[in-house]
Design a protein around this ligand. Structure first.
Ligand code: GLU
Length: 433
């Protein structure tokens, strides 16, 4: 059974597990494990029928040791302070692992955005910014998209912030429309970053795309793009799912057809499209849980957290798990997967492509110079390949799984900066004169 406790408690277990490989003392662990500030707000929204509703919103800045805090905003009914705190903690580690000079933050609103009209969604998004305007800024805290938020919402938010500040401030938020200072290549950056990780993994382990099968849980922005890029390289994507359920075909799906039908009908369906015509293809319907347990080479959880737990981990048959979602595996499940020889490319590395290109966007906004798509791709590829290599080599050097190695690498980078600013051991050795 799963150990009781919150998502944040589980996130802390990973930190504690990694600390012993770092040589840093308790003070660094305490500082890295403590959120800097947590803001809880009530956002008023005038509904289209004239009534007034309130939605609970959050913004947590976990740690700003390495720079301004960075992290997405999520619109989902299950958003809670515990979830946002955990996601902010992971952002801190994610930024450190890919070496972008940011700390970690996260935010969100507890809302089902599918129940709001586009204008209600705009009022909610602008209302959120009015309440957090003193908390965020291009040198303090920079939001971005996450689950069920998109470039349009980021555009409204940047516009609202600029109105409040009475100046144009594009660098306050990333993931904006390109026409409002967004970066080309930001939309598919999370999926593309994971794809570059898989390429590195394939190179290290001699995987041949033509004989490598893949199952993807979640067909949102990140899931769709990683599927598209892998499919283009010849990988066989045998299963995909959305919140309604999964489809499975041992022969593999034509991903562009699946992306198209998902766009048109908002549902994952087993089809093959030619020209304007889509026809159904043979496939088995599975539950999301059954998808996770398929016998495939690569399993990609790209949906919510807590999907691979101590309960189902013994039944996972994939050779590799590449975490595109944040926190899809619990700390208890880690041990079971490792014991079964399943290698996990952890979320804080595998899905860091999004924040990496967000950093590129922030750089472009601040310099006023904009890059070509090829340049974004080249720099993202170089970052992911370099840090994958670092994590991979460190895991072999210290004899741990990739996740522990990624945490150790992040703690080393954050801890080094903390030490440079002064710790108790530093002060113990430097008595005041
Ligand atoms: N929401 C994304 C993540 O979880 C991106 C964050 C960002 O770009 O700041 O990594």
């Amino acid at each position: 059974m799963e150990t009781k406790g919150t998502l944040f408690d589980d996130a802390m277990r990973r930190l504690v597990g990694a600390m012993k490989y770092t040589g840093f003392g308790d003070e660094i662990a305490l500082r890295i494990g403590t959120p800097k500030s947590c803001l809880v707000i009530s956002v008023p929204v005038r509904r289209d029928d004239g009534t007034l509703d309130f939605y609970t919103g959050y913004r947590v800045r976990h740690d700003d040791t390495r720079g301004p805090t960075k992290g997405g905003l999520r619109y989902h009914p299950s958003v809670s302070l515990d979830e946002v705190k955990s996601l902010a903690f992971w952002m801190t580690f994610k930024c450190a692992v890919v070496g972008v000079p940011f700390g970690g933050a996260k935010g969100g609103i507890s809302v089902n955005p599918k129940e709001l009209s586009p204008m209600e969604l705009e009022r909610l998004s602008r209302g959120y910014i009015r309440l957090v305007a003193d908390f965020i800024g291009p040198d303090t805290d920079i939001p971005a998209p996450d689950m069920y938020t998109n470039e349009r919402i980021m555009g409204w938010m940047m516009d609202e912030y600029s109105t409040i500040r009475r100046q144009h401030v594009p660098a306050v938020i990333t993931g904006k429309p390109v026409s409002m200072g967004g970066s080309v290549g930001r939309t598919d950056a999370t999926g593309r970053g994971a794809y570059y990780c898989i390429r590195e993994l394939a190179r290290k382990q001699g995987l041949d795309p033509a004989t490598t099968t893949v199952a993807i849980q979640g067909f949102g922005n990140a899931g769709q793009h990683v599927a598209r890029l892998l499919h283009k390289d010849g990988y066989r994507i045998v299963a995909v799912s959305d919140s309604q359920g999964a489809i499975y075909s041992p022969g593999g799906f034509d991903i562009p057809s699946l992306v198209r039908i998902k766009e048109e009908t908002r549902r994952v369906q087993a089809v093959y499209c030619e020209g304007a015509l889509c026809r159904a293809v043979e496939a088995t319907n599975l539950s999301n849980q059954e998808l996770l347990e398929l016998d495939v080479d690569i399993l990609i959880p790209a949906a919510l957290e807590n999907q691979i737990t101590a309960d189902n981990a013994p039944r996972i048959k994939a050779r590799h798990v590449v975490e595109v979602a944040n926190g899809p595996t619990t700390s208890e499940a880690d041990g079971i997967l490792a014991a079964n020889g399943i290698e996990v490319v952890p979320d804080i590395l595998a899905n860091a492509g999004g924040v990496t290109v967000s950093y590129f966007e922030w750089l472009q906004n601040r310099s006023g110079q904009y890059w070509e798509l090829q340049e974004v791709h080249r720099k993202l590829q170089a970052t992911m390949a370099r840090e994958f290599e670092q994590v991979y080599d460190l895991s072999r050097e210290i004899g741990t799984d990739l996740r522990t190695a990624a945490y150790v690498l992040a703690v080393r980078r954050i801890g080094e900066t903390m030490e440079a600013k002064g710790t108790s051991s530093y002060f113990a050795n430097h008595k005041a004169h």
